[in-house]
Design a protein around this ligand. Sequence first.
Ligand code: LLP
Length: 432
Amino acid sequence: MVKEIKNGRLYFDGCDTVELAKNYGTPVYVMSQTDIEDKMNAVHKDFLDKYPNTHAAFASKAFCTTAMLKICEKNGFSIDVVSGGELFTAIKAGFPGEKIEFNGNNKQLSEIEMAVDYGVGTFIIDGLQEIPLIEKVCKEKGKKVNAIIRITPGVAASTHDYIVTGKKDSKFGVPLDDDVFFPLVKQAIDSEYINFRGLHMHIGSQLFENDAFVKATNVLVDNVAEIKKRFGADTYELNVGGGFGAIYINEERKPYSFFLDPIMETIYKRFDEMGMARPEVGIEPGRSIVAEAGITLYTVGQIKDVKGIRKYVAIDGGMYENIRPALYQAEYTGVVANKADAVHDQTVTLCGKCCESGDIIIQNAKVPGDIEAGDIFATYSTGAYGFSMASNYNSNPTPGVVLVHNGKSAWAVKPQTYEQLMQNQEIPADIM
Ligand code: LLP
């Protein structure tokens, strides 16, 4: 376990978090390299080593920094990017182009140009008008790209509505209507600039059940068969996306094999029955790799007891560095890091410093009765979609990220400065 309580303090990957708060300041995101690599090792054991001809791409949207992408490369992971900015981070990290998958439902021409120039390994076509854009760029540059097509499998996974992506009414993926899907596949197969390799799906995020994955996998394979029948084209790659659940409160984490064994069983069985060679299978986990590897450290400030109603404990961060509670009613727990072995039996509302009533990080946080200004609060499981969804609301600079590893610590991302916040601002002459 990377979280330990020693001498009344919370330690994270061997580092005293109270010392981290002192040395790096708060609020600050702290990421454990040990925990990230443990999760990556689990992917190797449960999937990559178990099934030949497979690959895993970290969904960089969950936590996109150059240091993280280096960890991916070191641990034999590919990455998935969905924007010019994520791709630029990969380029800055020197991440190998052939191990990058480019997702996204509205890729811009400039992003496609950047991806083609860098030699991105696979385009995941996720839009009806994307092929002509890819062709235009490839024609100009004399290149040809590998591509798979993201389908909307029409399967509803059970999770928060905002993070369901596989049902038919979705902005993602190509709908499977006969007169929409097959002409698009034909266009990809016939294109002199595209090497059509297969199909992709991603059905949702924070999932704990495997039946929707199996249903959607069957839909993928049905379409492989249909593509072979209609166009004689083989499929070399299937990507089943990410979405594997992580622990925030008291969820029971399922091993990767819980999801991937039934998926692989379905793929083996169906391809055997069809007498076709099994294609390469890819996955795109994001949250399950990094969520539990992150904590956020805060300093407690104002405490307000609304008699008979609730006690607000304000910390020096808020919705600008963790939007998930406000956006998805996401729940977190944590500990007072400098009083970690005190009984946490008082219920308070941990709020941020933004001008917004919904700026609550934990609605019912358990803290010791003597919580006071200057205490360090650590929120657990903030490694996914925290830093990557941060904003500058109320002109708050984005906190930095400290990477910890076996008792050592270093900045992975320095905190934004006020000067950096201002660097693109201009006062147009007319106003004067
Ligand atoms: N692949 C694709 C195509 C995706 O759209 C996503 C996530 C993933 C992989 C990774 O899914 P994961 O393993 O992380 O569940 N901001 C939301 C989550 C949005 C997920 C978007 N797509 C949150 O904070 O809960």
